[in-house]
Ligand binder design. Structure first.
Ligand SMILES: [Ca+2]
Length: 146
């Protein structure tokens, strides 16, 4: 063992230039292990998490959320009453969760997504009117009500 150690050490001392040269051509390859597609997202692993991850996190997340909600609200407000009932809201949340699962590569069973969406509705419906208004949704998605 000691001898092996000595030999290894001696070689390392004797041939530092060689070791460097040998390492050089490998460096660019090993420096890029290329797995950027799957960032670890602890939130995605926890279906009970009440705050869905928003895809982008710009300087002012609330403004960004507000503008996304403004843009997409009419598409999900099926009866155009300016409020999301539970089924309208769930459709939206499931779509968001779907995007999140695709982005993270972590899929949840459908019943867990449904359970999460139901919990999200209860949380988002801050005034318990059994519908979610635009401001409630912005607050919820911004994490303020989480
Ligand atoms: Ca509605």
């Amino acid at each position: 063992m000691i001898r092996t150690l000595l030999v290894t050490t001696a070689l390392a001392i004797a041939a530092p230039a060689m070791a460097q040269q040998a390492a050089m051509p490998e460096a660019p390859q090993s420096a890029t292990p290329a797995t950027p597609a799957t960032p670890a997202d602890p939130q995605a692993a926890m279906p009970q998490a009440a705050t869905p991850a928003t895809p982008a996190t710009p300087a002012n997340p609330t403004d960004a959320v507000a503008s996304i909600v403004d843009t997409e609200f009419p598409a999900y407000d099926a009866n155009s009453d300016g409020q999301l009932d539970q089924s309208e809201f769930s459709k939206w949340m499931v779509a968001l969760k779907d995007q999140e699962m695709k982005a993270t590569g972590k899929a949840l069973p459908a019943e867990q997504v449904t359970a999460w969406a139901n919990g999200a509705f209860t949380t988002a419906d801050a005034d318990k009117s059994v519908s979610v208004s635009k401001p409630e949704l912005v607050t919820f998605l911004s994490g303020g009500a989480g």
